[in-house]
Design a protein around this ligand. Structure first.
Ligand code: SF4
Length: 360
């Protein structure tokens, strides 16, 4: 049930008074450049500020303009992104940069509606760019904003359901002041990040306490309503680290799956932690290779990695070869031989980068 006692301007007034006293000094808050704002927003999706900050600075130094990003090879962009996860964000960002350059001469569209037409730019990012760079009064909705609105206005719709967006957007748009939309958006997100946090919000010293539906009704811990995500499935990866002299074979992941555009080793996947002996033999036969059995070792211990909907458990089989792989096998498996220096420069999933760092 919405809180009818709150005047539309009250939320904005409280947040705008709170913000200057509590805001963190972050570099993207000092720019009106839509490119830099966009970069920061893409990096900060699903990423904590402390983790995202160095990536923002590195990216901006490497690619100071949208033209520079558009002109970069995808593998290089992914290498800079390495460790942030959600690699489709980096690929989309790169393609969007190319779209902005090709279709708009490198100029970002100046309205929310036009920004939404760009590839990979959804309502949240479009609202952030439109308000921060162009002062358009369109409210941002991220996890922090959903939480703040749900609690203050007593909104019980499931925030995981896409159908709830309209309701929350309407409430937020009703309160965003046309005179300072950027400050309001920054303020409400920061308020959610610092004051009205998921666990243990600071209700005691909250300027909105008297107007907060959840506080007044003892339901702070129950809001927002968010249905549970599906249980993550576990995938078991068995990697074949094929080496010949000082070269090692990797491939670019091209299939529609996790880590598209990143590099890993030849792979067998199973539903169980162990790779049955007959399957191992079948995979090795397919390589048509001679192995140096004197150097063969047991598979590595499990390397684990958690993604948003998947848990990965990988074991690595270190396989020294007596001869290079044939051209046919390389073509069929998409493998190529790389030196250690080249491997270092390739964009790799964190799990592979960890293995490489410890073993190659
Ligand atoms: S009173 Fe508590 S729940 Fe309500 S807005 Fe303030 S911090 Fe959030």
């Amino acid at each position: 049930m919405a809180n009818q006692t709150l005047q539309p301007s009250f939320l904005a007034a409280a947040l705008l008074a709170w913000y200057p006293r509590h805001q963190r000094d972050l570099p993207w808050r000092h720019t009106r450049d839509p490119y830099a704002i966009w970069l920061s927003e893409v990096i900060l999706q699903q990423t904590r500020v402390a983790q995202g900050l160095p990536y923002y600075e590195t990216f901006l130094a490497a690619y100071p303009t949208v033209q520079a990003l558009a002109a970069a090879p995808e593998a290089e962009v992914l290498r800079y992104w390495q460790g942030l996860g959600y690699y489709s964000r980096a690929r989309n960002m790169h393609r969007t940069a190319q779209q902005v350059v090709a279709e708009n001469g490198g100029k970002f569209p100046g309205t929310y509606a036009e920004l939404l037409k760009l590839r990979g730019i959804g309502p949240y990012t479009a609202a952030a760019i439109a308000s921060f760079a162009f002062d358009e009064a369109v409210a941002v909705l991220d996890g922090n904003v959903y939480r703040v609105l749900a609690r203050i206005f007593g909104l019980h719709s499931d925030i995981a359901a896409p159908s709830s967006r309209k309701e929350f957007q309407a409430v937020a748009d009703q309160h965003i002041p046309a005179s300072v939309p950027a400050d309001f958006n920054q303020a409400i997100m920061e308020f959610g990040a610092i004051q009205c946090t998921p666990a243990k919000p600071d209700c005691l010293f909250c300027p909105l306490q008297a107007s907060c539906w959840a506080f007044q009704h003892g339901q702070v811990a129950l809001l927002p309503v968010k249905s549970k995500a599906k249980k993550a499935r576990t995938r078991y990866f068995h990697y074949f680290v094929l080496r010949h002299n000082d070269q090692v074979y990797l491939r670019e992941r091209r299939e529609k799956d996790i880590w598209q555009g990143l590099y890993d080793f030849a792979l067998a996947e199973t539903d169980t932690p162990e790779l049955p002996a007959d399957e191992l033999v079948r995979h090795l036969d397919a390589l048509g290779a001679q192995f140096d059995t004197s150097q063969a070792a047991e598979p590595s211990a499990a390397y684990r990695h958690v993604l948003s909907h998947q848990k990965l458990e990988a074991r690595f089989h270190d396989l020294p070869l007596t001869q290079p792989l044939s051209a046919t096998v390389l073509r069929d498996l998409g493998l190529r031989a790389y030196s250690a220096t080249q491997v270092e420069a390739l964009p790799k999933p964190k799990l592979i980068a960890n293995y490489v760092e410890q073993n190659l």
